[in-house]
Design a protein around this ligand. Structure first.
Ligand SMILES: Cc1cc2nc3c(=O)[nH]c(=O)nc-3n(C[C@H](O)[C@H](O)[C@H](O)COP(=O)(O)OP(=O)(O)OC[C@H]3O[C@@H](n4cnc5c(N)ncnc54)[C@H](O)[C@@H]3O)c2cc1C
Length: 302
């Protein structure tokens, strides 16, 4: 049988947000294709937390279960393929994939996430998601009470200290050079006995991603097994910007209350649009995107 090439909706990105949109649209009887290149941002994390019914599961197990449930809908198909190019406009988009397929859809949903930009510190990326953590709501409970390093400076560092002292009182700020805290912030950190380490960091020494110590450029070391870091990021997929979708000042895709980007017919969900970074938020936004796309399809044709 020939594979379908025309769909109501093509969802680009088939992790939590994309699969959630696919389930909603599948249940709305739409012809849906999900394209995914299998690089979710949390793939290195051994256990995912703070998502009801799946607490402590591996990220891959959650995605596999979601995919099996979505693929039970015969009107939803899933391809391990990357979207390389998109042309056209609302009601008539054409998507070209890495494998050479040319596919058409009335609407597009981008659930393509973000890409964290790792600092050039030896060992950092190997520890990311294992012992170097992005979010205390996802991973703070497991390490509560331990000494935390916080890789940040200035206002961001101060905000992270305030947040993280909820999980541990033993905090060391790693500012990678002279700190840029205000005198008042410095006074508060002293009050809460937060150590400030201004030396340049040379290496995160680790064993299979488990941090053992931080080595500074002057050769000195500090024993730390948990570090929190908030990294700069870029959109994982450049296509929405190439299509003219506006970015918010934060670097996320700008959407309205109905998950619509600034380009008609293109919607977005998940980390690509949201500062609230978590599987449950991505799933919720995916459902919303699916429902609002379906509503717009109904309104256009009724
Ligand atoms: C290290 C780490 C640990 C985390 N731990 C937790 C946790 O414990 N609990 C929790 O709730 N949250 C956690 N999060 C946050 C959570 O992982 C994200 O909020 C969630 O993955 C966002 O889902 P998403 O579908 O928007 O994006 P992603 O899961 O990042 O998926 C985006 C998908 O789009 C695909 N894609 C991108 N471009 C294209 C293209 N052109 N064509 C086809 N496919 C494409 C990618 O390959 C990827 O599969 C963690 C995040 C990180 C970074």
């Amino acid at each position: 049988m020939q594979e379908r090439t025309t769909f109501d909706v093509i969802i680009i990105g088939g992790s939590y947000a994309g699969l959630s949109a696919a389930m909603c649209l599948g249940r709305a009887l739409r012809q849906v294709l999900v394209l995914d290149m299998g690089q979710p941002c949390n793939r290195q994390t051994p256990h995912s937390h703070n998502f009801l019914t799946q607490d402590g599961e591996t990220p891959a197990a959650i995605a596999q279960k979601a995919r099996a449930q979505v693929q039970a809908y015969s009107n939803v198909s899933f391809r391990n393929d990357a979207a390389l190019q998109v042309t056209g406009q609302n009601r008539d988009f054409t998507v070209t994939t890495a494998s050479g397929s040319i596919l058409k859809a009335s609407k597009l949903i981008f659930a393509t996430g973000i890409r964290d930009l790792m600092p050039p510190i030896k060992g950092f990326s190997e520890c990311w998601g294992i012992s170097v953590l992005h979010c205390p709501y996802c991973h703070g409970y497991e390490v509560s009470g331990k000494e935390f390093g916080i890789l940040a400076n200035g206002e961001m560092a101060f905000e992270l200290v305030k947040l993280l002292q909820n999980w541990s009182k033993k905090l060391t700020l790693l500012t990678k050079g002279p700190h840029t805290l205000t005198p008042e912030q410095e006074r508060q950190l002293q009050h809460y006995q937060v150590a400030v380490e201004e030396k340049e960091v040379a290496e995160f020494v680790h064993d299979q991603g488990q941090l053992q110590q931080v080595t500074f450029q002057d050769g000195s070391t500090r024993k730390l097994t948990t570090v929190f870091a908030r990294l700069p990021f870029e959109q994982h997929c450049p296509l929405p910007q190439a299509l003219g979708c506006a970015l918010a000042a934060s670097g996320h895709l700008q959407v309205d209350a109905f998950q619509r980007t600034t380009v008609p017919g293109i919607y977005a969900a998940g980390d690509a649009i949201s500062k609230l970074r978590g599987v449950s938020a991505a799933v919720a936004q995916g459902t919303a995107a699916g429902a609002f796309v379906n509503k717009d399809l109904i309104d256009e044709r009724f």
